[in-house]
Design a protein around this ligand. Sequence first.
Ligand code: WT7
Length: 674
Amino acid sequence: MSPHYSVPDRVSAGSSNICPTMADYHRVHAESMAHPDAFWLGITKELVEWETPPTIGLEGGYAGIADEQFTWYEDGRLNATISCLDRHLATRADKTAILWEGDEPGDVRRISYSQLHADVCRFSNALENLGVGSGDRVIIYMGMVPEAAIAMLACARIGAIHSVVFGGFSADSLANRVLDSGSRCIITMDEGLRAGKAIPLKATTDEAVAMVEDELAGQSGAGVETVVVLKRTGGQIDWVEGRDIWWSDACEGQLDSHQAHIVSAEHPLFILYTSGSTGTPKGQVHSHGGYITYTAFTHRTVFDLREDDVFACVADVGWITGHSYIVYGPLANGATTFMFESTPLYPDAGRYWDMVERHKFTIFYTAPTAIRALAAQGDEFVAKYDRSSLRVLGTVGEPINPEAWEWYWHTVGEGRCTIVDTWWQTETGGICISPIAPATPVVGGSATLPLPGIQPRLFSAEGEMLEGEAEGLLCIEHPWPGQTRTIWDDHPRYVETYFSTIDGYYFTGDGCRRDENGYYWITGRVDDVINVSGHRMGTAEFEAVLVEHEAIAEAGVVGFPHDIKGQGVHAFLILAAPSKTGTAGDEDGQGDGTSGYSDELGQALNQLCRRRIGAHARIDRFCVIPGLPKTRSGKVMRRILRKVAEGDPGNLGDISTLAEPAVVEAIVNAEVHG
Ligand code: WT7
């Protein structure tokens, strides 16, 4: 299998410091699959600092074991932060570890490895002094400031399990995560700052803690005991004596040295909640040994990392991309990693490229949605800045369309840079399918080939493995160290979600095509997960919120193609009978059940989504329909809703199993609002 795309005008397939040639890649990949234990033991000994190096690779697996439990490096002992901090002190003490730019252009902080080590140690001591210990869960609800990374690393250092909640999530979502994880400590800040706007993180935390208290009322010894507050804006906040403590006060008098708490390889490093097909987010659990090995390995391999690189991943630490490629991967590799507090459009669409010029980024990693949004603003915002420092450009989060890829390639990269389209998931811990810069010949829209250690397999809907050129369900054959081990407090759901679709394989939830060269092309989710601007959301989460409103009897939510956001959100509403709402559903008197929508209703529903889920959960389009398309057994045929939302109602497929085929016509003809 040797892929050859003849695109010399756009792609210089060159030599990488890890895979000098594609022949090396194919050899290493084959070895990694033939001897996975030897491969991953070798990688971890090379890249990770162990207190007790492991002698065992994988134990258990997907198949043959009833409860789908597996471990990596079971007999090894370490603490992931030693790899990220302590071991760099000898050789990189003065090297910038975190380069931060705040909301206002030019507001810059540079934190060296020795300073970062000291800051993390001080905060580790502070947390221990507050009674946080190994195995305790800690919620981090902050904006993009260096202290967010310091908080993550300090938790990890004492063996506590952090769970970062993206700052856009609402009090409801935050409360759910506090409850699910059983966290007693929250680390937050007075206010976040984004595009000149203050985000009331402490106020939202207060609201969430009140909800947690209501929920746990009467249960002794439970609930949030400590809220650590970093001062960012100095804005007005409420204060609960005995519970709240300023970050600076917590650190007062604490030593800037701390001996990392050594844990077993499988000790949980963090929980990160992600959306799935049901209404409740899943707490994905990553482990110290496997995760740090996999992020270090993929970060240096995919991006062709060099010692003097300035690595800029402009994601948020609230998502897995921020965990793996702002914090853990780059720091494990001793790289200079960039943290960005603001947005790509503030103060204008030139912000990223202005920062490329000023900070001389060599590697720049973003999402297709940002690329599309910036391309729509015109080339002049890019052209006026010097981008000659750039060597590798990356994308992640959703399929990239050819137009956006071309723009990234020509306009941003001046045809000089490799583009790595990296496919992975919260569950995979790190990049799984991606070019290896600059060795892998790339073609716009394809994530190309699996990394060493990863064996993708495609299956038909009937569960048959597909060979060669094919399109089907994307599964991965053999465990790798970066995978999540369980869903927090719900192992059966982990088994059900990932291992029950295809026996003996990890099921990703994505569809995928393999071309004649063996290249992989991700076609998008095949489950009820939608991807809006790289934010993963469950349609069931929206539906659960919508039916809370008294005017809504039932709702069906699907994604539709959106020029900038990748996918938009389309809600089909069935209004409650007038007796429930007190207002008539069918004001036009036609009795077809497709009117009764008002802009006020749409706004109220979006406010509800914002309150229950977060600021990023916004419905773009509504239509009122008389009933959902259900089979006689009561299952919603979402395919029909999807086709209508996609504007392709001529091609609905077989609808003969519907209980009421007549609703289809009403759905197709329903007026779309918004
Ligand atoms: C889903 C995972 C991985 C960090 C950000 C998202 C989609 C991710 C690509 C890509 C096409 C992609 C998939 C995947 N996705 N990368 N390069 N090409 N699709 O993490 O929130 O866990 O979402 O994002 O659908 O399943 P996540």
